[in-house]
Design a binder for this molecule. Sequence first.
Ligand SMILES: Cc1cc2nc3c(=O)[nH]c(=O)nc-3n(C[C@H](O)[C@H](O)[C@H](O)COP(=O)(O)OP(=O)(O)OC[C@H]3O[C@@H](n4cnc5c(N)ncnc54)[C@H](O)[C@@H]3O)c2cc1C
Ligand code: SF4
Length: 510
Amino acid sequence: MKTLRLILGDQLNIKHSWFKQTNDNVLYCMFEMRQETDYAKHHIQKIIGFFAAMRQFHQDLKSQGHQLTYYKINDSKNTQNLTENLSQLIEKHSIEHFEYILPDEYRLDEQLKTFCDNFQISAKAITAEHFYTERDDLKTFFKGKKQYLMENFYRDMRKKHDILMVANQPEGGKWNYDKSNRNKWKGDVEIPNYKLFKNNVSEIVKDIENAKIETIGKFEIKTFSYPISRIQTLEQLKYFCKHLLIHFGDYQDAMHTDEEYLFHSRLSFAMNLKLISPKDIVKTVMNYYRKHGAHIEISQVEGFIRQIIGWREYMRGMYWAFMPEYKSLNALDNQNKLPEFFWTGNTKMNCLKHTITNSLDNSYAHHIQRLMITGNYALLTLTNPDAVDAWYLGIYIDAVEWVQLTNTRGMSQFADGGKIATKPYVSSGSYINKMSNYCSSCHYNKSKKTEEEACPFNSLYWNFLAEKREYLGNNFRMGMMYSLLDKMDQGQLQKLKKRAQHIIANQDEY
Ligand SMILES: Cc1cc2nc3c(=O)[nH]c(=O)nc-3n(C[C@H](O)[C@H](O)[C@H](O)COP(=O)(O)OP(=O)(O)OC[C@H]3O[C@@H](n4cnc5c(N)ncnc54)[C@H](O)[C@@H]3O)c2cc1C
Ligand code: SF4
């Protein structure tokens, strides 16, 4: 039976059972499409990266002897629409059966389901063979529970997969070393050179220009630095284990004006395209730790493992548990727009300037920059989560909706009313000063509150608490902050609110 198998741009798993053997009756297909380049305004490097990895994957499959049809973005046969391209191939090759790997995005899942429901030939969807968990595992795990605590899920994952466990107990005696992950980097510990690949993507850049795809961000170095194949991803992982793991946990939350990546792995893009599985990553990191454990503290390793088997799997489970409703949640009823400087980095607030510039230059910011700088600011300025989502989905190299949406709308914007985070991730300038060197060279003064030169985060923070009391006043984790607010001199509170409201109304002046 002649079969057509679809490979989406984030399904580049060469280890998938589909590819174990070649079969003359199976035709694979891959498409670069306007449907995907245009559903959000993406960073130029994100589109380059997807096309580069897809084209490489196409080459790899061909060299293994698989039959494959690949549509580049400007190919004349390319209808730029997934289901129209599929229909075209089904007819052209007299296909009798269609198979696809379950998409991780709700949008594509629905599109393919509808396509199969309305088509005459038989169809089958199979698993991506990538994640530890299946789509609905998390929903089942939390069935009947009021709270969806990541920590409970994470501990279960550790036990179930026997990771960092000794005799059914957490290795080292603690489940979580989060408190050891909060060091400020002061330049005293050397950061090795970053591992940056030099992938030649000039043809892809030309194709994107010819197609007139609208993008954001910059691409100035002209070679693509993230891994685009499994081989490169394994190199990146090896480099991480050898040079970065040793301090990963310590400086996980640190930020610095001169360092874009610190000890972060830069693996999210490759992982989200499935060039490598989380299991392969965990296995490699654990093997390295077992061999070199004398030099590496458990807190560094646990901090990393938690991100992969905890946060990443948890976010995916939450996405499938709550979509499609999740995408329109706005529990705090925030309605403002993002300021222009999110697309230029042109602001006097040094923390935002650095985070946004890093995002525009490299399509990257690490999780604390995303959470406590841009995310914190967007929430404190009462921004509509739709606008925040659109920015995050566009700007980051690793932004695929299942992981972007839950992190942005849930963890960062508290728009789900506390399903993911038990309290909003908001802070004044003092947290930012504690974790970075941004404040020391900022136009604003981190210690002042209402004066012209006062750090905007300081007034925005108290204004946020005052404005959102209706939604947050009963949150037990916010109790201390609300009691401080209640004790505040009313005159001072009015001044803070007035300054915050001025900032919100004139964001591009700050
Ligand atoms: C507001 C916000 C939006 C985010 N959007 C995305 C996104 O679109 N895509 C994305 O992959 N990650 C997202 N994250 C999570 C995290 O910021 C990135 O995974 C990380 O910065 C990628 O860089 P890295 O590979 O160097 O990560 P490292 O710090 O080296 O971490 C290792 C790996 O752990 C995983 N990981 C870490 N934190 C998370 C998390 N919170 N959720 C899921 N996986 C995690 C990633 O796969 C990452 O590669 C977001 C976080 C926040 C706060
Ligand atoms: S002083 Fe305020 S605005 Fe400036 S870097 Fe520090 S936190 Fe950011």
